[in-house]
Design a protein around this ligand. Sequence first.
Ligand code: SOE
Length: 391
Amino acid sequence: MTSPGRPPLGVGLIGYAFMGAAHSHAWRTAPRFFDLPLEPRLAVLAGRNQTAVADAAGRLGWSDAETDWRRVLERDDVDLVDVCTPGDTHAEIAIAALEAGKHVLCEKPLANTVAQAEAMAEAAARAARNGVRSMVGFTYRRVPAIGLARQLVAEGRLGTIRHVRAQYLQDWIADPAEPMSWRLDKQKAGSGALGDIGAHIVDLTQHITGQSLTGVSAMLETFVKERPLPASAGSLSGVGGAGTGTVTVDDAAVFTARFSDGALGTFEATRFALGRKNAIRIEINGSGGSLAFDFEDMNVLHFFDGDDPAERAGFRRIVVTEPGHPYVGNWWPAGHGLGYEHGFTHQVVDLVTAIANGEDPTPSFADGLQVQRVLDAVERSAAADSAFTRI
Ligand code: SOE
């Protein structure tokens, strides 16, 4: 644990499914590997099912459990609220927490609609004037190879960026027998592959290039429109029983985009790419070089240096595990590699450090709102169908 005498930072976490478990791990681990200025105390875990949340609190390392998130906000031992619920509750919880003077970490995408994200960004700006901080959980920014990619672009090693090619490929619902879940329900999730995983590649490409998307031309598709209901209602699904339910979100999103400094982007987010489990693939081509990354080989960044003599040029495979690489010095000896969970730990490190330094962490709620505007533009473009020329 952290050394005595370090000021505590009481944390209340709302939600204990996949993301709740990943965040719990990060809150427990960060002070063990990084010299944090504040000591995170895992005060309370909240969820609606009393037995399940008490069990999860014990398993994941929380001192207490609550069944109503509002009680978390009333507690004096909570300084920060970590929101790991489906998107339909992000705005209500995050705004109430900020108004109660609690720092907020909110899972991505920031909200289900632009209007909700705007309200959240406004609440965050108001709270920041009183020293209350907020951050949205685009955790892949904190993968060391992504950090190195951003450094190389910022140092000008790629020159002027011309092409950004980004894919987020999964296959977990490719089987039509995969049951309904909250992620397939527009009311709960806002959108499908677009918001769940497309949001990540929008954020990542903007983060790496330092540019924003200025416009899109898009197509969305729902390949499997009816799915079996789960045998029993899951804690968050709100659906259950015999028969089928209607999928109300996209299964795949494909769009082209323009970036603010002139680069052209192509984006693809799908949960139907059989064999691809969590393939975040990003390739960037500039006037001076290229970069390529695939999360399924997440400790590696490929770099092509356009200054190399043609006879010796080629993509260089950089194993991003040196102590000098972002975050890596606090972990294992070179070559031993990091995993999915480390991004969440680094997110905690950066958030806690910003809070202690009295700075606004990034990605901010304003950054989350900007991504939300891109998602909204994709949906509007796909619905308008105007850029689709029939043959
Ligand atoms: C599900 O598609 C999911 O868990 C996303 O919600 C996460 O953001 C991503 O990290 C992994 O896949």
